[in-house]
Ligand binder design. Structure first.
Ligand code: MTE
Ligand code: MO
Length: 210
């Protein structure tokens, strides 16, 4: 048995399950090794933080000319976008046509002046979760800070009030209860990456583990 959420056990088990597996998926819409689900599983390590929009802040620090500390209203005023996209979890479920509203990453980066060489971002969450992504991977129109799912406030278990949403990468890169970004000159592993998850995490190339 053991605890699936023990990080080392989880990674070991997922890697073992991968070895010699007969792969499904691999259509033009379902990445290799994925299975379609109609449910919306919740995957959280540890406690589910309880954050209200009133107390929420979004901070930016590290290699930027001016660090930021936005309130909820200030952050939402940066921009708004609704999109429908597919999402893919490294535990092998994919879900099609999920609809989200949020602040586009591009609207946020417009407010920032990263210093030369600030090529990597570490997302930080309330509760201590972190995940790393190269800045170049974030400069896409479908990268959001999402606060609505299906036209409703984002449910707390899915990261409400605010989460990252990077639909082109495995879902562990989409930090729930996001509270800020750290700009860095070198890639630094986040929580799951320290236990062997991939530094990039692209589902089409099956970048599951490193
Ligand atoms: N803060 C935080 N963000 C997180 C996680 C977490 O445990 N804490 N889990 C990650 C993982 S491993 C996955 S698969 C997705 C799951 O998102 P969901 O629960 O909305 O399906 O959130 C990611 N973001
Ligand atoms: Mo995950």
């Amino acid at each position: 048995m053991g605890n699936f959420w023990d990080p080392l056990q989880r990674v070991t088990r997922l890697k073992r399950a991968d070895a010699g597996r007969e792969h499904t998926g691999g259509t033009d819409r379902l990445p290799p090794g994925q299975v379609l689900t109609l449910k919306f599983p919740v995957l959280t390590f540890g406690e589910t933080p309880s954050i209200t929009p009133e107390s929420w802040r979004f901070q930016v620090w590290g290699l930027v000319e001016e660090p930021k500390d936005w309130s909820w209203n200030e952050f939402l005023a940066l921009g708004k976008q609704t999109q429908t996209c597919d999402i893919h979890c490294v535990t092998r479920w994919s879900k099609f046509d999920t609809t989200w509203t949020g602040v586009p990453f591009k609207a946020v980066i417009e407010q920032l002046r990263p210093k030369p060489g600030a090529d990597f971002v570490l997302f930080h969450s309330y509760g201590g979760y972190t995940t790393n992504v190269p800045l170049a991977q974030l400069l896409r129109d479908d990268v959001l800070f999402a606060y609505e799912y299906d036209s409703q406030p984002l449910p707390r278990e899915h990261g409400g009030p605010m989460r990252g949403l990077l639909p082109h990468l495995y879902l562990w890169k989409s930090a729930k209860w996001v509270r800020g970004m750290e700009f860095m000159s070198q890639d630094r592993p986040g929580f799951w990456e320290m236990y062997g998850y991939h530094m990039l995490g692209g589902p089409w190339d099956e970048q599951r583990f490193s």
